[in-house]
Each structure stands twice: as structure tokens, then as C-alpha cells.
Design a protein around this ligand. Sequence first.
Ligand code: ADP
Ligand code: MG
Length: 146
Amino acid sequence: MTKERTLSIIKPDATGKNHIGEIISTFEKNGLRIVACKMTHLKQQEAEGFYAVHKERPFFKDLVGFMMTGPVLIMVLEGENAVAKNRELMGATDPKKAKVESPQSIRARFADTIDENAVHGSDSLENAKIEINYFFKPEEICERTR
Ligand code: ADP
Ligand code: MG
């Protein structure tokens, strides 16, 4: 087991439905710790840059538009196997699938459609590092001292 960091975003659908607390609580109850956090309204350039890997996908424009429909909560989560653990807690990209496969997952509980699916989570350790760097300066990540 190794301690990792991963990037999580609570998307505008979930912040709008007032589910921030329940989502964070899910992370904390499952061994993930918030070591950096900011609430922001993404600008077009930020959202496009973040999802640049998807720029050829048919849903890219809608995804970027959706990510700007309201505030997002961007966090760095730390813990044992944080990348995989966060993906497990999130559930499948499509909440309909998540509701069948993992009814307790965040997307099963808080999302209804594949495009507005409550949370983002890094999909690999390599991408986690890139995504954390995209949103946070090293000094914005809080080392645990006690
Ligand atoms: P994940 O967020 O589970 O890592 P992807 O990286 O494949 O999923 O997709 C990024 C985001 O793009 C998804 O979370 C979702 O918001 C959106 N998305 C993915 N697939 C579709 C789709 N078929 N139609 C609309 N939006 C989609
Ligand atoms: Mg992804």
C-alpha cells in the first residue's frame, strides 16, 4: 500500500443540489483526507484546458459548457491507493450503470445522467499529478503535521 494523491472535483450539478458535505463525508469515511481545496467558477479556458484529452470526443463542447454552469469544488485527496479508492467511491461514469454495480457510490447516489455525473476523479497516478498541478501550486497543498 502506498500513500497517493488524486484530484477530485465536485461538479456543478452536485454543488447546485447541495451535496458537497455528503460527498466529502464519503471520502473521509473511506480513508481519504482533503489536503487542498478551492471553490471556483471555472472559466472557459480553464475547463477546456482541463478536459483537453477529450477534445476530439463528441461531448467535449457540452462537457466544457456544463462545467461552467455553476461553482465547482476542487480538491486534492490523500490516502492509501487514493487514485483507485476515489474511482471506486465515485462509481461508473454512467450513473445508471453505477446504480446497478455500486448503489452506495457517489454517482449512484447523487447523479442521474452520464453528462452531469456529480464528480471528477483522476484515472491514474500519472494523470493525478498533472491534474493536481493544473489547479494547485505546491504551497497550496497542506502537509499533515499532526
Ligand atoms: P470519468 O469522469 O468517469 O473519468 P471520462 O473521462 O470518460 O469519464 O469522461 C469525462 C466526463 O465526460 C464524464 O465524467 C462525463 O461528465 C462526460 N462524458 C463521458 N462520456 C460521455 C457521454 N457519452 N456523453 C456525455 N458526456 C459524457
Ligand atoms: Mg476521466
